[in-house]
Design a protein around this ligand. Structure first.
Ligand SMILES: C[S@@+](CC[C@H](N)C(=O)[O-])C[C@H]1O[C@@H](n2cnc3c(N)ncnc32)[C@H](O)[C@@H]1O
Length: 238
């Protein structure tokens, strides 16, 4: 965190999610969650992820994407607000012997990209930690980090259903967790906590927000249960 953060700026650590500051959760995270990196890397092949690229991963967590991207890109900056996640990420980077990943403790609202503009910014399952006003501010900052024509790949829990059917759609999502164990899947209690305490928004709020800050959405993929969305966006030439 920058010490000179204005006192009205959201405290991202306080909004980082209880579980992301919990050492037990972080230790089992890679067993619980598969970030589908092969598909994500291939989705970015046409979007500038190549051996000359600088990539910024915002909310990198244990670094599943960052480590895979570092095998292709020139340089990866893995940013996360949680010191617990970052410690796990640093240990994995050291174990992998990768010298082209920098791990930075910062958030969407505080990371300063003080170098040549990035070719690709990536963020998976992290933006929902910010309330909508701050999502807008964060997305505007992503535009500034990217070179003109650069790519932003965003994957998050974003609700594609209507507010009036929320209860039924959320219950159907949670019904899939009946047999999940906390060690290798997401339990109903964890999904309930996500909906209640975190800030996933609707597709029809997030998409205009992306466009308003200067992105063109070139591809949108929605999960069948209308619970998550993946977007590939480019910055408008400026
Ligand atoms: C569910 S994990 C996802 C990790 C990784 N991106 C993945 O797909 O496996 C969410 C991550 O976002 C981080 N996070 C939460 N709020 C953040 C913020 N404001 N800025 C940056 N990272 C944040 C958490 O610490 C956590 O590591």
């Amino acid at each position: 965190m920058r010490p000179d953060r204005a006192s009205w700026v959201l405290d991202e650590l306080a909004f980082a999610g209880r579980e992301n500051l919990d050492a037990d959760h972080v230790a089992r995270y890679d067993q619980k969650e598969d970030a589908d990196v092969a598909a994500e890397i291939s989705a970015l092949a046409a979007g500038g992820l190549n051996r000359d690229a600088t990539v910024v991963d915002l909310g990198a967590g244990t670094g599943q994407f960052a480590l895979a991207a570092a095998k292709i890109a020139r340089r990866v900056v893995a940013v996360d607000v949680s010191p617990v996640m970052l410690a796990r990420l640093r240990a994995k980077v050291a174990a992998a012997g990768l010298s082209n990943i920098d791990c930075v403790q910062a958030g969407f609202l505080t990371y300063e990209h003080d170098e040549a503009a990035a070719d690709v910014v990536y963020s998976r399952y992290a933006l929902h930690h910010l309330p909508d006003f701050w999502k807008g501010v964060a997305l505007a900052r992503v535009v500034q980090m990217l070179r003109p024509g650069g790519t932003f790949r965003l994957w998050d829990v974003v609700y594609g259903f209507d507010p009036g059917t929320a209860s039924g759609d959320l219950e159907r999502w949670m019904a899939d967790t009946e047999s999940a164990s906390v060690d290798d899947g997401w339990t109903r209690a964890e999904l309930e906590e996500h909906v209640r305490d975190e800030h996933s928004t609707f597709t029809w709020l997030l998409e205009p927000m992306l466009e308003r800050v200067g992105f063109t959405i070139v591809q949108s993929d929605y999960s069948d249960d209308r619970i998550s969305a993946r977007y590939t966006c480019t910055t408008t030439e400026r």
